[in-house]
Design a binder for this molecule. Structure first.
Ligand SMILES: *Cc1c(COP(=O)(O)O)cnc(C)c1O
Length: 411
């Protein structure tokens, strides 16, 4: 009899987004004329930059003739892309990252889950609360947790609250943890880790032999020049950190699929005998066995994100989303509603007026303004009383939504 991985049975049914969809369709059915504006999704809306489209067209044409046809590429990614990443993302910031420490993939979400393949069972895992749910669920699936309690917290995980009291920057845990998930700029809070905060974490990891999994999917949205774009800007990070990046949010690749991991060769984990083992080596083996490389066409498109034209066009799109975020922040602040984030990230983290519960505010916004956002409590217990508004939308929708807030929301 074939058995299954029982850990999957511990997962809470995907609660947040299905529940949002249920409430929205129920409302739409009862109010067929309502024009609902969705500010809940974490997906981009603007088309791909021309420079990227052009590069992908050319790459497709190469596949049309024997002389330039490409079959399987290097599993780790083409050198032209790995080198462009070093030259543009790391070298200019003084980060010591080599091209062969970069592993191209079909996106950061997969990388985030897959990395657990090479880490041992029984590691103590620390996640923030609120959190990007992928970090938690992938640890549940692989057996690093017990059951969930009624707040949705899994036994065995260490939750690090992020609230207005700590400026949404997680504090060092009192107990020793082995693996730490950090995301900056943060989804969902829009907060960023300062150089000082990140240095504390790198030092903690050094002292405790921990590994930091640093998710920098939103680094392109950083506006404040004092905020680090990479954990490798912090001295010593090469010995403790893996960085994850994606072309999804900056270059609009949510439908194209391309991301990468940086795993420094100096990063070691312990085997069960207590010996140092290179994680770079393990990942190289894992990636080469379970992955056959991201598509050539997509990698050509990703490389074009680093061309002069590509960089300029991406900057414009990011600027456009950040202007959306500013419009949202200004509108809410003008109404006396407190907001966080949205300055270095495409998410505005709203304190619900009058201490309303996240789902109550969701219903109110849907009913009074026909606007959909994301209840903060869906990202973790400490998200209760908050609400995420995404800046990924057309200007027309953002303006219309803000107009409805001003004229229809009773606060
Ligand atoms: C969107 C997002 C990513 C990117 O995932 P892809 O699989 O590359 O599209 C990674 N981390 C966070 C926190 C995100 O919100």
């Amino acid at each position: 009899m074939a058995t299954i991985n029982d850990n999957f049975l511990k997962l809470k049914a995907g609660y947040l987004f299905p529940e949002i969809a249920r409430r929205v369709s129920e409302f739409q059915a009862a109010n067929p004329e309502a024009k609902i504006i969705k500010l809940g999704i974490g997906d981009v809306t603007e088309p791909l930059p021309d420079a990227i489209i052009k590069a992908m067209h050319e790459a497709i044409d190469e596949q049309a003739s024997r002389e330039t046809f490409k079959g399987y590429g290097p599993e780790q990614g083409y050198p032209f892309l790995r080198e462009a990443i070093v030259e543009n993302d790391y070298a200019p910031r003084g980060c010591n990252v080599a091209a062969d420490e970069i592993f191209i993939s079909d996106g950061a979400k997969c990388d985030t889950g897959n990395i657990l393949d090479i880490l041992g069972k029984g590691n103590k895992i620390a996640v923030t609360d609120p959190v990007y749910p992928v970090y938690v669920d992938t640890n549940v699936m692989i057996g690093n947790t017990g059951e969930a309690n009624d707040k949705g917290e899994y036994e065995g995980l260490v939750y690090m609250p992020m609230t207005a009291d700590n400026d949404f920057i997680p504090e060092l845990p009192k107990q020793k943890v082995d693996v730490i998930y950090l995301c900056s700029p943060n989804n969902p809070t829009g907060a960023v880790m300062t150089k000082e905060a990140l240095t504390q974490w790198v030092n903690y990891a050094k002292e405790n032999g921990s590994i930091i999994l640093y998710d920098a999917a939103y680094e392109a949205f950083i506006q404040d020049s004092s905020v680090p774009h990479s954990i490798f800007e912090i001295p010593g990070a090469r010995d403790v950190a893996i960085e994850s990046r994606s072309f999804s949010k900056n270059a609009g690749f949510t439908g194209m699929r391309c991301g990468f991991l940086v795993i420094p060769k100096s990063l070691m984990g312990k085997d069960s005998q207590g010996n140092d083992v290179s994680l770079h080596k393990l990942w190289n083996r894992r990636h080469g066995t379970k992955f056959n490389g991201a598509s050539y066409v997509i990698q050509k498109g990703a490389a074009a994100a680093y061309s002069e034209e590509g960089k300029k066009q991406i900057k414009e799109t990011v600027g456009f989303y950040m202007e959306n975020a500013l419009i949202v922040r200004n509108t809410l602040t003008g109404m006396g509603i407190e907001t966080f984030g949205g300055e270095n990230a495409p998410y505005v983290w709203v304190k619900t007026p009058g201490g309303m519960a996240s789902w109550d505010f969701f219903d109110k916004l849907l009913n009074e303004c026909n606007i959909v956002g994301t209840p903060g409590s869906g990202f973790g217990a400490s998200g209760e009383g908050y609400f995420r508004i995404s800046a990924f939308n057309s200007r027309e929708n953002i303006n219309e939504a803000m107009n409805r807030l001003k004229t229809k929301l009773s606060v």
